[in-house]
Design a binder for this molecule. Structure first.
Ligand code: 5GP
Length: 190
């Protein structure tokens, strides 16, 4: 990070289905620090209700590859094996840090590790479920994925949980209000 940067980078990871989006929406409303979400780019299609430029920058494979070859990503990975590409655009991060914002990245474990290499002072928070059974129940309840996708996400979740120890802070999302309060406290005191 540049020496004169006043903002902070906040990296949030956790298995798919753990409730990160709901948690983060509340944290953005309640936190005392000037948080902004970095909008990632992805080659996956939008889910019902998702908006381009708000939830993600939805890109074609060609556009994503072009940005990648121009070095426009801080990090990017193909998430879920043969699935889709996801990446953090440098433009979403640098200019806001320079304006003193606290930029929140919601990325997978590989993305988090790549970003912390470049920004070692980033605040890293891992959101976990209270159990794998609870996570599976939530993934099925979402009804947006077929069985193969659910199985892929559960496999990924097991790997992600094993990597949780590499994060500075750990929050269990067993109760929304409590978990939101815990994240706000972490940010205030970081
Ligand atoms: P979803 O398709 O459910 O929105 O996200 C799937 C996974 O991609 C999640 O684990 C999420 O954290 C990860 N992800 C979202 N944006 C990025 C990104 O910019 N970079 C990386 N490395 N992972 C991301």
């Amino acid at each position: 990070m540049a020496e004169n940067c006043q903002g902070r980078l906040v990296i949030i990871s956790g298995p798919s289905g753990v409730g990160k989006s709901t948690l983060l929406a509340q944290v953005l409303k309640q936190s005392e620090v000037p948080l902004v979400m970095s909008v990632s780019a992805t080659t996956r299609g939008p889910r019902p209700g998702e908006r381009d430029g708000v939830d993600y920058h939805f890109l074609t494979e060609e556009d994503f590859a072009a940005k990648r070859s121009r070095g426009e990503f801080i990090e990017c990975f193909e998430v879920f094996g043969k699935g889709h590409w996801y990446g953090t655009l440098a433009d979403e991060v640098g200019p806001r840090l320079e304006r003193g914002k606290w930029v929140v990245l919601e990325v997978d474990v590989k993305g988090a590790m790549a970003v912390t290499e470049r920004y070692p002072e980033a605040i890293t928070i891992f959101i976990g479920p209270d159990s794998m059974e609870e996570l599976e129940r939530r993934l099925r309840g979402r009804e947006t994925e077929d069985e193969a996708a659910i199985q892929r996400r559960l496999g990924q979740a097991r790997e992600e949980l094993a990597a949780a120890k590499q994060y500075k802070y750990h929050v269990v999302n067993d109760d929304l209000d409590r978990a939101v309060g815990e994240i706000c406290n972490i940010l205030t005191n970081a």
